[in-house]
Ligand binder design. Structure first.
Ligand code: SAM
Length: 282
């Protein structure tokens, strides 16, 4: 059954007695072109295992199961998860797990289901938890090779943003520290049922082929980045001095040494500069 057809989505919803749950970010994909572009960007093959977060009625799941070795789809909605378990039995390579993806140990899921298979994430994410989910993939799940997801365009723009732009912030630094992000395509609200309020984008984060900058102490590095962007309009020296008990003059001379000026703001620094500041801050 073609799941991108609005008529079929309505049929499945009414036959199952389901209603679209706004609180769970249920906006189902009804755009064949966006589906094809997402699958293509994910580069899945029969050798690869896929984790999908929030399969909904299974539109992406169905397309993924044709290309991937195995798909493990995690759905929070109990009714929909029960429906999916029956609907995908015949596919043979799809496993449905009911639960909250944010609370799940994804390393354990990978170990249990993908043994020695390379693993990627492909999903149309529930937008109310986009950032914590992405950070969970990047920070807590080292075995994930890439992440190809549909998210709010505004968040995707922040993830790929370069220094000295208005979108650049702590999220850009974190995502670009762990991966090479690339926006694949933008997606209009009309590509979903019901349409969300915002424009979306498909973004791919390449983790496996990304070289991370060398950082001695990651915790310290991210603390500095967070402190630097906590008061975006202040100079870096002022933002850092409100969080670190280092004399202001000392901070200024470190910033001058790294940036060639002590009058810079957090948004002017690239990842390498943040690394240098954090390595030299006591
Ligand atoms: N993949 C489907 C599609 O493209 O049509 C549905 C995507 S919809 C934007 C997001 C899905 O995530 C919904 O099915 C929702 O129930 C599910 N969801 C919401 N919160 C979740 C969570 N914490 N863990 C797992 N799934 C969740």
């Amino acid at each position: 059954m073609k799941l991108t057809s609005p008529e079929n989505v309505k049929k499945i919803m009414s036959k199952g007695g389901f209603r679209f749950k706004k609180s769970l970010g249920q906006n189902f994909l009804i755009d064949e072109d966006v589906l094809a572009k997402t699958i293509e960007a994910s580069e899945v093959t029969k050798e690869i295992g896929v984790i999908e977060i929030g399969p909904g009625i299974g539109t992406l799941t169905q397309a993924l199961s044709e290309k991937a070795g195995k798909v493990v789809a995690i759905e929070l909605d109990r009714e929909i998860a029960a429906y999916l378990k029956k609907a995908f039995v015949a596919y043979g390579n799809v496993e449905i797990i009911q639960g909250d993806a944010l609370k799940m140990d994804l390393e354990e899921v990978i170990e249990q289901h993908f043994a020695n298979m390379p693993t990627v994430v492909v999903a149309n994410l529930p937008y109310y938890i986009t950032t914590p989910l992405i950070m969970k993939f990047l920070e807590d799940t080292p075995k994930i090779d890439s992440v190809t997801v549909m998210i709010q365009k505004e968040v995707a723009d922040r993830m790929v943003a370069k220094p000295s732009t208005s979108e650049y912030g702590a999220l850009s630094v974190a995502v670009q520290y762990y991966s090479t992000p690339k926006i694949i395509t933008t997606v209009s609200p009309q590509s979903f049922m019901p349409p969300p309020k915002v424009t979306s984008a498909v973004i791919r984060l390449d983790i496996k082929n990304h070289t991370r900058p060398f950082v001695k102490n990651e915790k310290k590095f991210f603390k500095v980045v967070k402190a630097a962007f906590s008061q975006k309009r202040k100079t870096l020296a002022n933002s850092l001095s409100s969080q670190y008990s280092v004399p202001k003059e000392q901070l200024k001379s470190l910033i001058y040494e790294v940036c060639g000026s002590d009058n810079v703001r957090a948004e002017d620094l690239g990842i390498k500069e943040f690394v240098k500041i954090s390595e030299n801050l006591q």
